[in-house]
Design a protein around this ligand. Sequence first.
Ligand code: SF4
Ligand code: SF4
Length: 183
Amino acid sequence: MLEWLNPVKGFGVTFHTMFTKVPTIEYPEVKRPTAPRFHGRHQLNRWADGLEKCIGCELCAWACPADAIYVEAADNTEDDRYSPGERYGRVYQINYLRCILCGLCVEACPTRALTMTTEYELADDSRERLIWTKEQLLAPLQEGMEEPPHPMRLGETEQDYYATGRGRHGTQGRPEEDSEAVR
Ligand code: SF4
Ligand code: SF4
């Protein structure tokens, strides 16, 4: 009944759309802010003295469903220290040709070394450039930080780093306070 109205209804959709505000964003000149917990590229965080939080344990690599992370650990020595404790991540790479930005690696990290930023502009025309290295992923040095290698400044042992409120649940561990990191 009243089937002859169907074409008119169809045009109704067209006219409605013609007068609806266009949602097009003039990217890249205009960038819409992401959600605060958006999963963008990763960041390797530092302690307040500049030492690296990554201990080279490879848990992130094992948790990754896309096999996108490659880690090689090395031993710290008193003269050549990059992180509190025994080991640090000497080589750290994330392959953004494989990464699906799921965040499982962040969940697996025991030291909150690895978080994700809201940066999403990861496209490139070079395979090599899409494999990000440790140097690219490391958080920039903030005021009061010192480029490793250097001795532990926040305590005598690695336990001091975690126990003094600067650990995973302390001020340095909160994702919103890891520079640029959101997760
Ligand atoms: S975000 Fe997901 S896919 Fe990407 S490196 Fe982490 S675990 Fe792997
Ligand atoms: S980022 Fe975290 S999980 Fe990955 S190797 Fe470093 S400490 Fe381990």
